[in-house]
Design a protein around this ligand. Structure first.
Ligand code: SAH
Ligand code: SF4
Ligand code: F3S
Length: 469
């Protein structure tokens, strides 16, 4: 799949191209941005490579959400510097680029360009500036600038400057909203991605149409508070309706939502929009109202559960997933027990759970009562047992049943499974691996098919192809 994606991007690059390596860390919004960066540089003669070996330009599209994400950047940088060409341009973009700005260059002398999530459309100019500066230095202009930093927040400008997005398989991400205004006390996103702003709905629909024309069947609409999307009177529910009218689009998903922005129209859409998948990612973060308040989440456990109740009433089979932070400053055993209780009650079918990581510049990093790392690890492990159990129980429910699958690619190896397999996702976003008898696997790619589930694992379904839909 990686190779196919690379080939698809490279179709746009002229012959004799230079080598570009892009690594995206963090959330789906970064994955979306990473593809757009490669597409932006393709017409300038850069082909996408699957490693930094011999690369002319290395782009690190970073994440700043937890300390570990930053550590990873700095360890990768050294490795990529050694692997790339001697005179390669190393560029750090994404959320760490935005948060640290020129400080990245102080910490890493090999970095020539720093940019942020809202300025990557200016990458061609930033790279050009470095190249011109290097030429000038070679000609004896000792002070010519050979490094460039651009961490502005131009609102939505990038979307108007990006090329038509490519399709790299039957499923695609579409960013519909940028930034975040919520300022949860632990979180860097409002500082790294700027103010919350929704893209014009016509632009989103046009992008989905372009993707559908290239064979995309499923779109995942992205934003940090995607359910707060609103443009020209069109809410997320309205947008899903419009996207659902596009020929070829069979499935719509969206992520990630905030408990306070789940409008009744969106809840109703789960019941009435047949293209909207029965899957809702609604992070709760913690099960104690005291902690939620200290997090500035502006919702209670009760209001969160009440929202889920309404959603379940509208769409009884809906799968709920979420995010959790354990070990927030001041979290007592009792608070943590409340988080476990929510996890038990909701029976999540997928969740991201994290140990709290103090982030410089966020209010929570200054709070008293910081929890030691061992306690955080223990709490995380205990929570993960509950989360893993509910996912496994959900998978088990499908044993012996037929599920609809969007075929995304080749599955497990034939040597391991006896027969070759294909893989895709069910309506509830569960990974499905299945054998396909004597059907032609290539003709099944990007199709919706029925699969009879023959056994389940803790996180996935396995089965056999019954028929195309
Ligand atoms: N906008 C989304 C999530 C964005 S960040 C929302 O509000 O749900 C993704 C997840 O990272 C968060 O939901 C949270 O669980 C986690 N996270 C954010 N900051 C963190 C920190 N400082 N330490 C640990 N986890 C964090
Ligand atoms: Fe971060 Fe909170 Fe915004 Fe989500 S809603 S991105 S957790 S500040
Ligand atoms: Fe990370 Fe930025 Fe996404 S901090 S989680 S890449 S918005």
């Amino acid at each position: 799949m990686v190779i196919r994606i690379i080939d698809a991007v490279n179709e746009q690059a002229p012959a004799g191209a230079k080598k570009l390596f892009v690594k995206s860390y963090g959330c789906q919004m970064n994955v979306y941005d990473g593809f757009r960066m490669a597409e932006l540089l393709a017409p300038l003669g850069y082909t996408l490579a699957d490693s930094a070996d011999g690369a002319d330009v290395v782009l690190l599209n970073t994440c700043h959400i937890r300390e570990k994400a930053d550590d990873k950047l700095f360890s990768d940088l050294g490795r990529f510097r050694r692997a790339a060409k001697e005179d390669a341009i190393l560029a750090v973009g994404g959320c760490t680029g935005q948060a640290l700005g020129a400080k990245v260059m102080e910490a890493a002398p090999s970095v020539s360009v720093v940019f942020g999530p809202q300025t990557y459309h200016r990458l061609p100019a930033l790279i050009e500036k470095v190249q011109q500066g290097r030429i000038a230095r070679a000609q004896g202009h000792k002070n010519a600038p050979i490094r460039a930093v651009d961490v502005d927040f131009p609102e939505l400008e990038k979307f108007d400057r990006l090329p038509t997005p490519g399709a790299y398989g039957p499923t695609a991400f579409v960013t519909i909203q940028e930034g975040c205004d919520k300022f949860c006390t632990y979180c860097v996103v409002p500082y790294t991605r700027g103010a919350e702003i929704s893209r014009p709905w016509q632009h989103v629909v046009a992008e989905c149409e372009q993707l559908a024309a290239q064979g995309v069947r499923e779109v995942t609409l992205l934003g940090q508070n995607v359910n707060a999307y609103e443009n020209d009177g069109i809410t997320l529910a309205g947008l899903c309706e419009k996207v659902g009218e596009i020929d070829g689009i069979a499935r719509i998903r969206f992520t990630t939502s905030h408990p306070n922005n789940t409008g009744d129209d969106l809840i109703e859409a789960f019941a009435t929009n047949p293209k909207l998948m029965p899957y809702f990612h609604l992070p709760v973060q913690a099960g104690s109202n005291r902690i939620l308040q200290a997090m500035n989440r502006n919702h209670t456990v009760e209001s969160y559960l009440a929202t889920l109740e309404k959603v379940r009433a509208a769409r009884p089979d809906i799968a709920i997933s979420g995010d959790f932070i354990v070990g927030f400053p001041g979290e007592t055993e009792e608070d943590f027990a409340a988080t476990l209780a929510v996890a038990h009650q909701v029976q999540y079918v997928g969740a991201f759970s994290f140990a709290y990581s103090p982030r410089p510049g966020t209010p929570a990093a200054e709070l008293p009562g910081q929890i030691d790392e061992i306690t955080k690890k223990e709490r995380l492990a205990a929570l993960n047992v509950v989360l893993d159990d509910s996912l496994a129980a959900f998978c088990k429910k499908f044993d012996g049943h037929t599920v609809e699958v969007l075929v995304e690619g080749h599955g497990g190896r034939a040597e391991k499974f006896g027969q070759p397999q294909l893989r895709g996702r069910s309506l509830h976003n569960l990974p499905v691996n299945f054998t396909f008898g004597d059907a032609d696997p290539l003709s099944l790619m990007g199709q919706l098919v029925n699969v009879r589930v023959t056994h389940t694992t803790a996180k996935a379904l396995n089965g056999v192809l019954i028929q195309g839909l």
